[in-house]
Ligand binder design. Structure first.
Ligand code: FES
Length: 130
């Protein structure tokens, strides 16, 4: 715990205090090459933290939503398929990841790998053609 305490209370503040951050906007234009190089690591860390935070918030906002991107511009996705148009069988997507919506294109396989879920399509077929 002493190491963490020292890192947070002494090392990081000392490191940040030593960065060549100018006091004015004009000061940024007077920075030398060494100054800019010294700013790369903390900028990369800040960018990384921002990116991870953004991704985390984005995922949290998507939590609870089933449909990630199919026809998001309309209030409700409803599809009609005439049974006469189904010649033998039709696989209808239930994972909401198909690029061939409302038909299954196998995208549920990747979703299942990512999430450990077990979703799949509903297959509609003609009874006499089983
Ligand atoms: S792609 Fe969605 S169930 Fe197959």
């Amino acid at each position: 715990m002493q190491i963490v305490s020292n890192l947070v209370k002494v090392s990081i503040p000392n490191y940040l205090a030593g960065l060549p951050i100018p006091d004015s906007i004009g000061g940024w234009f007077r920075l030398g090459v060494r100054d800019w190089l010294a700013l790369i690591p903390p900028t990369a860390v800040l960018g990384g933290i921002s990116y991870v935070s953004y991704q985390t918030i984005k995922k949290a906002r998507e939590n609870g939503k089933v449909n990630p991107d199919i026809r998001k511009e309309i209030p409700k996705v409803v599809d009609f398929i005439d049974i006469e148009d189904i010649t033998d069988k039709a696989s209808l997507c239930r994972c909401w990841r198909s690029k061939n919506w409302p038909y299954c294109d196998g995208s549920h396989g990747n979703l299942n790998k990512e999430t450990g879920d077990n979703v799949g399509p509903v297959v509609i077929r003609h009874k006499e053609k089983k």
